[in-house]
Design a binder for this molecule. Structure first.
Ligand code: AMP
Length: 249
């Protein structure tokens, strides 16, 4: 069985982002990009699951600009077997990505799609759920543990009240949460090996998918500056400030 792992190229988590002066979006020029952290967890999990005999291949896929090849090479260095870039310079919305992934699901017939719970650039948390609906797959979101057993996957999910364990039938979409695993450190020999693994390029047009945006961004602005905090000497002083200055208790 194949596992498909979508990986998104995003601004690196340690970069402080700035809004462009014309308010048209976030400045991405000359800024470090990396694989979305939840997707690194998904690749790691897929590679670990491949130790299960039923898993034959892990395919990483990215939708985006040509530089997303680097993100795919990282997925290959973690241990994915091959990669597909769906190349486009268009601004992508989660629905457009989900449609592209649905076309690849039809083509590749994976039994499992392991996908990040959210991309840290838009924080949308939508693509996995939309893909499950479009492909008519089972879904289990926010996974902190995944076990494959024949035609089912047993998934422990992080929910507000604690943890919930579900068994879903395959094919399924499982979205990854932070506690699922700790991705391995990518070594130089594996980076070298990854250069030789297959990386195919297609376009949304080749897949017959219309990715035109449905949402028009009118303006992007920086959040208002927060005033500096203060340190209070004790709990009594804190309560006094909350009651008499902030008037919130
Ligand atoms: P989102 O719904 O945008 O928060 O993204 C959730 C997950 O969908 C991400 O963690 C990725 O695994 C996947 N995803 C979103 N956009 C892309 C993309 N352009 N290419 C590949 N995967 C993506």
């Amino acid at each position: 069985m194949k596992i498909l792992v979508p990986v998104k190229r995003v601004i690196d988590k340690d970069v402080k982002v700035h809004v462009k002066s014309d308010g048209s979006g976030v400045d991405t020029a000359n800024i470090k990009h990396s694989m979305n952290p939840f997707d690194e967890i998904a690749v790691e999990e897929a590679v670990r699951l491949r130790e299960n005999d039923a898993v034959t291949e892990v395919i990483a896929v990215s939708v985006g600009v040509v530089q997303a090849q680097e993100t795919l090479r990282t997925a290959l260095a973690i241990g994915a077997d091959r990669a597909i870039l769906v190349e486009t310079a268009e601004e992508l919305e989660p629905l457009a990505v989900a449609k592209v992934l649905k076309a690849l699901v039809d083509k590749e017939q994976p039994r499992l799609v392991l996908i990040g719970k959210q991309a840290i650039d838009n924080d949308a948390n939508q693509t996995g759920q939309m893909l499950a609906a479009l492909a008519d797959f089972s879904q289990a979101t926010f996974a902190s543990k995944v076990q494959l057993d024949g035609d089912t996957a047993t998934v422990t999910r992080e929910v507000d009240s604690g943890r919930e364990t579900l068994t879903v039938s395959l094919p399924a979409v499982v979205t990854t949460d932070l506690r699922l695993n700790e991705p391995r450190y990518v070594t130089l020999p594996n980076i070298m090996k990854a250069k030789k693994k297959p990386l195919e390029s297609v376009t949304p047009f080749d897949l017959g998918v219309d990715i035109s945006p449905r949402v028009k961004v009118l303006k992007v602005t920086e959040p208002p500056q927060r005033s500096a905090g203060i340190t209070v000497p004790d709990v009594a002083a804190l309560l006094d400030k909350l009651k008499n200055e902030a008037k919130i208790i």
